[in-house]
Design a protein around this ligand. Structure first.
Ligand code: MG
Ligand code: MG
Length: 260
């Protein structure tokens, strides 16, 4: 494992990239309503990112499962799609949820963040799933202090979600981030306290709980990208990129504009 700790200057470059991801997700938020397609959302994202002088890192990303490169600038995962959903022409409907995962490269550094949006009104159960997943993300973030270990983060995320009866996906995890979108260390959403690499000043990671309403079992669909729940129940996904520096946790991405 090779963990690249970042300097203060690098962390500021990463903040700029991640704030642009937040701004892109906020643009998408404005367009989400019943009838809009995820392909339309993708177009908004790609134009916004390129107009601001950045590059959408997901577009053309090689397929680790032997399929085509990723064809779009965002991943849009609807209802029982967990991650890596491919934007398409199916209109969103009232009561759907859609996770929009966005990655950009700006001045050589990566931003990566995801938010699960409601399309119109959702059931109480779905609202609980979204709230619990977001809470779990922040529990994980608060835990990521210098001297703690990566397993402490996963422990907190898992404990919070399972206490609410939700499932924690095991096959996909968070990651180190910097000049590459995916760097060491892997950051699982499950784990044991005291396990894994030690958290140090300069560490930049993306924490991204992928949480299911039912069983955590998932499968890869025939497009070789989209991952769905086996039981067909919905899943939520929230992600922040954070830096640990000066003895504290600094959230580099932002949901502020999204939630305005
Ligand atoms: Mg992401
Ligand atoms: Mg990520």
């Amino acid at each position: 494992m090779k963990i690249f700790l970042k300097t203060e200057d690098e962390i500021e470059l990463m903040r700029a990239a991640n704030l642009m991801v937040g701004a892109t997700l906020a643009e998408i938020r404005k367009a989400i309503k019943p009838g809009v397609t995820t392909r339309q959302l993708d177009k908004i994202a790609e134009e916004y990112i390129r107009d601001n002088g950045a590059v959408p890192t997901f577009k053309g990303f090689p397929n680790p499962c032997g399929g085509e490169a990723f064809p779009a600038s965002i991943c849009t995962s609807v209802n029982d799609e967990v991650v890596h959903g491919v934007p398409n022409d199916t209109p969103l409907r009232e009561g759907d949820i859609v996770s929009v995962d966005c990655g950009i490269l700006l001045n050589g550094y990566n931003g990566d963040s995801c938010y699960t949006f409601s399309v119109g009104e959702n059931s109480e159960e779905v609202r609980q799933l979204l709230q619990t997943t977001k809470e779990a993300l922040y529990r994980g973030i608060e835990t990521a202090l210098p001297g703690r270990r990566i397993g402490d983060i996963g422990y907190m995320v898992q404990q919070h979600c399972e206490a609410h009866g939700f499932g924690v996906v095991r096959e996909f995890v968070g990651h180190g981030i910097g000049q590459q979108m995916h760097e060491d260390p892997p950051v699982p959403n499950y784990g044991r306290r005291g396990n894994g690499p030690q958290i140090k000043n300069g560490l930049c990671i993306a924490i991204e709980p992928m949480i299911t309403m039912g069983s955590p079992k998932v499968y890869l669909t025939s497009d070789r990208w989209t991952v769905k729940t086996q039981d067909g129940k919905p899943a939520a996904h929230f992600e922040h990129t954070i830096a640990i520096h000066q003895g504290r946790v600094d959230i580099l991405s932002s949901f502020e504009e999204i939630e305005e």
